[in-house]
Design a protein. Structure first.
Length: 326
């Protein structure tokens, strides 16, 4: 039995360069074998990233039998088609969030994966950081009483006059798809249930109709989740869980590596009066932990703990929010 999974990357996207490629190199059960780029820089990219193979087309990489799994960080609107092609070539797939733009696409993608007996997962890497297991432990221990509200925010400033793909409606741009999806996901992740109804409002670019700042309420059975995301606000990536007896704050929830102090994830417990009563700090590379988990699932033929069903459910919420925006 092999002890390492051979990875290929479709495109030379920034998230691959800065986060995923180093994570693949760091994971003991993974190996970066190939990189595909259609920009004419495949060879240069492979050399820079430490991959021994390069491909000038995505199709060529998919045809290489030495590659077990592909990481798919293409623009959102291209995820479904390339995912299905990868599955048809018997490649396991780690696809960037959002996995697609519609829930019906998720169904088609999962069907392709099942037909070809491949494993797949949507890359919500933050959930693999140990700080969130601390939060769940404190919640299950009742340290803040009954949960009443979740507040989650993810924003960063973006040049709104640029040609960034996040601002391209045809490629699946928008703050809700790009960063708001994390806020939706963490609300579901913490409560382990689905919202009953949602409401959203947004600021949009007039010329493209892309949402650049969205605020929303997710109504669960006993909890309200208030979320916001933006491309024109200061960097924030945090959530707070408020209960009858206290609250839990995670100030660097989705990108703890952006913590300017030490790059660690921190979890803060406050009592009913707002006084800090516990504080925990966790050091981990969530991208590496994600690669290790997914690679191990492939090696042991097990379904990832973040399942296709949960991906589908997250997309259903995103769909409902976009419908609310009109």
């Amino acid at each position: 039995m092999a002890d390492k999974v051979s990875w290929g990357v479709l495109s030379s996207a920034n998230i691959a360069k800065k986060s995923m490629v180093p994570a693949i190199h760091e994971a003991e059960n993974a190996e970066l074998v190939g990189v595909a780029s259609e920009s004419g820089k495949a060879k240069e990219t492979a050399e820079q990233w430490g991959a021994r193979k390069y491909f000038d087309s995505y199709e060529a990489l998919l045809q290489d039998d030495s590659i077990d799994v592909v990481y798919l960080p293409l623009p959102n609107a291209l995820h479904k088609d390339w995912f299905i092609k990868a599955a048809q070539h018997k490649k396991h797939v780690l696809v960037e969030k959002p996995a697609a733009l519609k829930s019906e696409d998720i169904i088609k993608m999962n069907e392709a994966a099942e037909e070809n007996h491949v494993i797949w997962m949507e890359a919500f890497m933050y959930q693999f950081h140990p700080q969130h297991q601390c939060v769940k432990s404190w919640l299950s221990d009742g340290r803040i009483g009954d949960i009443k509200r979740i507040r989650a925010s993810f924003s960063f400033p973006l040049d709104l006059s640029s040609t960034n793909i996040r601002l391209n409606n045809e490629l699946g741009g928008g703050s809700l798809y790009d960063v708001g999806c994390y806020c939706v996901h963490v609300s579901r992740f913490l409560l382990e249930e689905e919202p009953i109804k949602v409401f959203a409002t947004a600021r949009k670019l007039a010329h493209s109709n892309v949402d650049i700042a969205t605020s929303a309420i997710l109504t669960f059975e006993k909890v309200d989740a208030v979320i916001d995301c933006s491309f024109n606000e200061a960097k924030v990536n945090r959530y707070e869980v408020i209960g009858t007896n206290g609250s839990i704050e995670v100030p660097y929830a989705f990108r703890p590596d952006h913590n300017p102090d030490d790059g660690k994830g921190t979890v803060i417990l406050k009592n009913v009066n707002g006084n800090i009563v516990d504080y925990q700090s966790f050091e981990a590379n969530q991208f590496t932990e994600q690669v290790k988990h997914f690679s191990q699932c492939i090696l042991s033929h097990k379904t990832p703990h973040y399942s296709p069903e949960s991906t589908f459910n997250n997309m259903k919420v995103l769909e409902a929010l976009y419908k609310s925006l009109g």
